[in-house]
Design a protein around this ligand. Structure first.
Ligand SMILES: [Zn+2]
Length: 318
């Protein structure tokens, strides 16, 4: 069923489980690309249901944005990666270490999902005795001052290293995080160098599709069929991409609108906005998009949280 993304204003930020009415909320934590701009760098969204919170991708600075969105790292149940480009992963080590440190042994181990090489990525960062961050972990477990901080946070000695639950997934490998269902689909990006997944994310009567990085393709359209909201990457204006060789493996303005139209989604949210459109998509281009897709089109703003409501875009446009 189609629906809408409704902007949440000051004092109206939907909190999962607090009667906001929607089965899913999405927070735009990061909305950029590898190119840092004053307003965007890297990509990350936070998906919340009444019982679960999931970080989908973790670009640089994701943890700070997460806290700004009102959630402590210890309140996040899982991380799901679309692919292993750094604009989607460079904030992960900080998030992971912060969650382990602040959790003081009192929270569940983090669940981590993603395409290969997710397992090797996590092992190389945090492997016991060998990971890049092992000297930090080891010092925090053994130094008396660090043990005091840990105990003061409620931890019980001895302190143990993190033991994340990592699962590599392929398109079609459905999985659950609490009451949120994730259905991975093929995203056509930079194969064969990196695998990339899009995700259809559902809870109750709400469904949102996150494209990750992809060029417009039938697989993502099928995955998005009748979803309430499509959160799509948007690299640049289509005609610019067609002229500079940057179209393969990437979605631009018109491509996003065509996918939203073909899949008949309730609303389109553009994220992963490239440097040329970081400050906003031009009026003419927005009109061209609107001629292809009649539903609501939103350009992501970092810090924006929206509820995913079932229903038609026409009924609830705004
Ligand atoms: Zn990418």
């Amino acid at each position: 069923m189609a629906g809408r993304a409704s902007p949440a204003g000051e004092g109206n930020v939907p909190e999962a489980g607090e009667g906001h009415g929607a089965d899913l909320t999405v927070s735009i934590l990061l909305s950029g690309t590898p190119t840092p701009t004053p307003t965007r760098w890297g990509t990350s969204i936070l998906v919340r249901s009444r019982t679960a919170a999931v970080l989908v991708d973790a670009g640089p600075g994701a943890t700070r944005r997460l806290v700004e969105a009102g959630l402590d790292p210890t309140e996040v149940d899982a991380v799901v990666f679309s692919h292993h480009h750094f604009d989607h992963t460079a904030g992960f080590p900080g998030f992971f270490l912060s969650r382990w440190d602040q959790g003081a042994g009192l929270v569940d181990e983090l669940s981590i999902y993603g395409p290969p090489p997710t397992s090797a990525f996590v092992e190389k960062l945090f492997g016991v005795g060998s990971g890049a961050f092992w000297p930090d972990l080891n010092a925090r477990m053994r130094a008396p001052v660090s043990q005091a901080v840990y105990v003061n946070r409620g931890g019980e000695l001895p302190r143990h290293p993190p033991d994340p639950q990592v699962r590599e997934i392929q398109p079609g490998n459905r999985f659950m995080i609490g009451d949120i269902e994730f259905l991975p689909g093929l995203a056509r990006h930079v194969q064969p160098y990196l695998d990339c997944n899009a995700y259809r994310i559902s809870a109750g009567s709400s469904s949102v599709v996150y494209t990750g990085d992809t060029e417009p393709c039938d697989e993502v359209v099928e995955l998005s069929r009748d979803a309430d909201v499509l959160v799509s990457m948007c690299w640049d204006e289509e005609r610019v991409m067609a002229g500079n060789g940057e179209a393969p493996g990437q979605t631009g303005t018109l491509g996003a609108a065509r996918m939203a139209s073909s899949a008949d989604v309730g609303a389109l949210v553009l994220t992963h906005l490239g440097p040329s459109i970081s400050a906003g998509i031009g009026e003419g281009e927005l009109e061209a998009m609107a001629s292809l897709y009649p539903g609501a089109i939103h350009q992501a703003v970092e810090g924006w949280t929206f509820s995913v409501f079932p229903g038609s875009a026409e009924d609830r446009a705004g």
